[in-house]
Design a protein around this ligand. Structure first.
Ligand code: ADP
Ligand code: MG
Length: 337
């Protein structure tokens, strides 16, 4: 649905040039929710704004639904842009207009007869759960309600793609969850492809199918959210994952450990299979659990256990080989002393 090839965005400023996006290539498939994570300044917004040409790429190409946007004349581009909705962290509603008018305003470009505008706006309000707020002004709405208006407005022209720039970053956790559920519903029911950028890994874990991590304008890692959580490669990726799944063990506990400390990761079905208890029964090894959790990502379990192993070195080695054979990933965090 979205094909980005060798995209760079370089800003010219008074004090020199700033690289916003540095040679990024990415493909977002139809119907998926794709997350882009990174700290502030990583280039997420620059990349997102290039997708609908709010920002012109300095180099590279962008195809949305098969069309190379950079090749279009201004009128064609305007039409193509209607197929790409966008929502923002700070909503950008028009404060002098009611909820109804804010949404109807977005439809004006389509030149619809009045009764059709009315029907469309009412349908959209129902979709986002704000039918009762039709005649209210934005200042009377909560943050979550404002974002719902933003979403209804973005959907007004029946887009195929929805771009979300930190759409939940100004909201509290409960409201964030309800907005994410709404985005999920829109993705499923309307089959709209969603690209969302965020600095919050929990947002990605909650709703994305695939993801990319950006740092200094570049994509440093990408893959299915499950794979990235199960086997992160870059340090930054690990850091983001630890912000939602923390495995920090206090030093006093670590200092009290004598045997090697290992991290065992179980993917999918095997997470609940009792592999560790089988191992402890089969080998002359004692296990001391330091940490453990089963996370559910896209409804698939991902089990992560950290334990100290005690026993003869050969037995420990044999036990770990056994666990690895039973489809788990084993990482030695600290060798025995
Ligand atoms: N309009 C602009 N003019 C100059 N520099 C910009 C502009 N927009 C963004 N930048 C710079 O590009 C880099 C990436 O910014 P941005 O895309 O906003 O990152 P993010 O959304 O990940 O926080 C930053 O160094 C930022 O200062
Ligand atoms: Mg940004």
């Amino acid at each position: 649905m979205i094909d980005i090839q060798n995209l760079s965005k370089i800003y010219k400023t008074k004090s020199g040039t700033v690289t916003g996006v540095d040679n990024v290539s990415l493909t977002v498939y139809e119907g998926e929710i794709f997350g882009i994570v990174g700290y502030s300044g990583a280039g997420k917004s620059s990349l997102l704004r290039c997708i609908n040409l709010l920002e012109r790429p300095t180099l590279g190409t962008i195809r949305v639904d098969g069309v190379d946007l950079t090749s279009l004349k201004s009128e064609e581009l305007r039409a193509a842009r209607l197929k790409i909705g966008m929502i923002f962290q700070h909503f950008y509603l028009i404060s002098q207009k009611t909820v109804y008018e804010n949404i109807a305003f977005a439809l004006k470009a389509a030149n619809l007869p009045k009764n059709q505008v009315q029907k469309r706006v009412e349908d959209l309000l129902e979709m986002v759960g704000l039918s009762d707020k039709k005649d209210v002004y934005p200042s009377q709405l909560s943050g979550g309600q404002k974002q719902r208006v933003g979403i209804a407005r973005a959907l007004a022209n029946d887009p195929k793609v929805l771009l979300c720039d930190e759409a939940t970053s100004a909201l509290d956790p409960t409201t964030t969850k309800s907005i994410l559920n709404l985005l999920k519903k829109i993705n499923k029911e309307l089959n709209i492809t969603i690209v969302l950028i965020t600095h919050e890994m929990n947002v990605v874990k909650e709703i994305c199918n695939r993801m990319a991590i950006m740092q200094e304008g570049r994509v440093i890692e990408e893959g299915s959210v499950y794979d990235v959580f199960a086997s992160p490669k870059a340090d930054l990726t690990k850091e983001f994952i630890e912000s939602v799944v923390s495995f920090e063990i206090p030093d006093v506990i670590l200092d009290g450990c004598e045997g090697p400390i290992v991290k065992v990761t179980f993917r999918g079905q095997v997470a609940g299979e009792g592999v560790i208890s089988d191992m402890l029964q089969t080998f002359q090894v004692k296990g001391n659990f330091l940490h453990g959790s089963i996370e559910y990502i896209q409804d698939l379990p991902l089990g992560i256990f950290i334990m100290e192993l005690k026993g003869k070195q050969e037995e420990i080695q044999a036990a770990l080989t056994y666990v690895e054979k039973r489809a788990a990933q084993v990482e030695v965090l600290r060798d025995g002393i």
